[in-house]
Design a protein around this ligand. Structure first.
Ligand SMILES: [Zn+2]
Length: 343
């Protein structure tokens, strides 16, 4: 007769804050208990393999075969922190996978929101709208977002305050340089509201085009993601337009190119030597990517190759049935988390 594992309540009842994204809450919960996500799930008697999946989309990201395990996880997490099940489910963003930033890039937030939270002694959280690819501006402060989580990770409270204040200044400067037009702002608010399940007033004239362009945009392939989005929403769209032309290149077009960039033997992408300008200080040169065109093309190729590798390794995975429930290959996700890169 085997040992029956009884789940235990958690020592620290870290609950989701209003509008907090699932990953943000999970990161705070696991950090408080100094465990990995898989360790936490195992401790609670849930399937630890779920800890390797991208759970941000909730039920929408799950295959039907895994619904029972996922249901148990949500119920158990709610019990473990003494919250309602619907409080846990409210952290999910039920959108198509391409509408979300890749997990390793869910680091963008409003530096002013974070500065105010820090001053009020509240936790620094990422809200659900900030992990959307279409999101680039704080709806409350009308301030462009910065990669705040990455910038303050592991910093002391004092250093965090200084970094956030610098980011607030930098984002004010960015907004002055690329003031968004009222129409683009309205489109952006409407698209984000729709994805978060908020009732809207219906599509306005021109909004369909905006949605198809920005809902699953690829601006995150560039280090200056926010600056490019700010430009795209302003009257000065030239650099953003050029970037879209570039990342619109298909894999087959790259294969046909004389550089043969998709052949790893012919060319070795190396994105480790990124730009030297500190992240977030993106206001200096909006067209920075133009100066690093080869780097950007190589980064795009790396993404394409990763996607191909993920597909082939998923089909060879011994746990093939489980690989299918993870929209993103867990191995790839771990790699991307352990070695964050601008792509
Ligand atoms: Zn804000």
């Amino acid at each position: 007769m085997g040992v029956v594992h009884e789940p235990e309540p958690l020592a620290f009842r870290v609950r989701p804050r209003p509008n907090e994204a699932f990953d943000s809450w999970m990161d705070r919960l696991t950090a408080k208990h100094e465990v990995t996500r898989a360790e936490l799930f195992r401790h609670l008697g849930c399937d630890p393999r779920l800890g390797l999946c991208d759970l941000a989309r909730g039920w929408q990201g799950m295959a039907p075969a895994v619904y029972p395990a996922f249901h148990q996880l949500i119920e158990t997490l709610a019990w473990a922190v003494q919250a309602r099940t619907r409080t846990i489910e409210a952290t999910f963003v039920a959108v198509p996978e391409l509408a979300l930033l890749p997990p390793a890039l869910r680091v963008f937030g409003c530096p002013l929101c974070w500065r105010e939270a820090q001053q009020a002694g509240e936790p620094l959280i990422l809200t659900r709208d900030w992990i959307l690819r279409a999101s680039w501006m704080c709806q409350r402060h009308q301030l462009p977002l910065a990669p705040v989580q990455r910038l303050v990770d592991g910093r002391t409270p004092r250093a965090t305050a200084r970094i956030l204040e610098m980011q607030v200044d930098a984002m004010h400067a960015l907004r002055r340089r690329y003031p968004p037009t009222p129409v683009m702002l309205a489109f952006n608010r409407s698209v984000i509201g729709a994805m978060l399940g908020q009732a809207g007033a219906g599509l306005r004239r021109g909004e369909f085009g905006y949605r198809s362009r920005f809902t699953a945009n690829r601006y995150h392939l560039a280090r200056a993601r926010i600056a490019l989005l700010a430009a795209a929403h302003s009257e000065r769209t030239r650099s953003a337009d050029r970037f879209e032309d570039l990342v619109g290149l298909s894999a087959s077009a790259l294969l046909r190119s004389s550089a043969n960039l998709l052949n790893p033997k012919a060319r070795r992408p190396d994105v480790s030597s990124g730009p030297t300008v500190p992240e977030g200080l993106v206001t200096r040169r909006i067209n920075r990517w133009q100066a690093n065109l080869p780097d950007l093309i190589e980064a795009y190729v790396l993404v394409k190759r990763r996607a191909m590798t993920a597909r082939s390794s998923a089909s060879q995975d011994q746990n093939g049935d489980f690989a299918e429930i993870c929209p993103q290959n867990p191995v790839e996700r771990i790699r991307s988390l352990s070695a964050p890169s601008p792509i």
